[in-house]
Design a protein around this ligand. Structure first.
Ligand SMILES: [Fe+2]
Ligand SMILES: [Fe+2]
Length: 143
């Protein structure tokens, strides 16, 4: 029995939150912040890759014209990556970044996926589709 996509992604969202938490915790230490930021960014990029290339594509395929949710989620991703690039820019100039807005947007995005998007996706996917998606997710991110 393949795992529910929501279970995998909820766990993955918690991992990303921990990377952000670590970044916030050591924000006053420039060297640690650079390391923490790179880890956070790398993991978030992998996460978005999985969502965009595997999950959203599959959802668009099964739901036909129902693309409003994925469109909304994709535009969030673009916005979040823009914010990440701003933080990157600040760090290059050795300016202490303000993470509060990024955290707010990321939390709202994650909540929508956890409470609405993924539970609904799980209801709609066949067992074979779930199996295919969960295998691909686990190729990219640790299970
Ligand atoms: Fe997302
Ligand atoms: Fe996500």
């Amino acid at each position: 029995m393949p795992r529910q996509i929501q279970t995998l992604m909820l766990k993955e969202h918690e991992r990303i939150s921990r990377f952000l938490g670590q970044l916030e915790k050591e924000i006053d230490n420039y060297d640690r912040t650079k390391i923490n930021f790179n880890k956070f960014k790398w993991n978030l990029e992998k996460h978005f890759f999985v969502e965009e290339k595997v999950i959203f594509n599959m959802f668009v395929n099964i739901s036909g014209k129902e693309t409003t949710d994925t469109f909304h989620l994709l535009s969030d991703h673009v916005r979040i990556i823009g914010m990440i690039n701003n933080v990157d820019e600040k760090l290059r100039k050795k300016i202490r970044p303000d993470l509060s807005r990024l955290k707010e947007v990321l939390t709202a995005h994650k909540d929508f996926e956890d409470h609405y998007f993924y539970p609904r996706l799980d209801e709609r996917l066949t067992l074979d589709q779930k199996k295919e998606i969960s295998e691909r997710i686990q190729e990219i991110i640790p299970g």
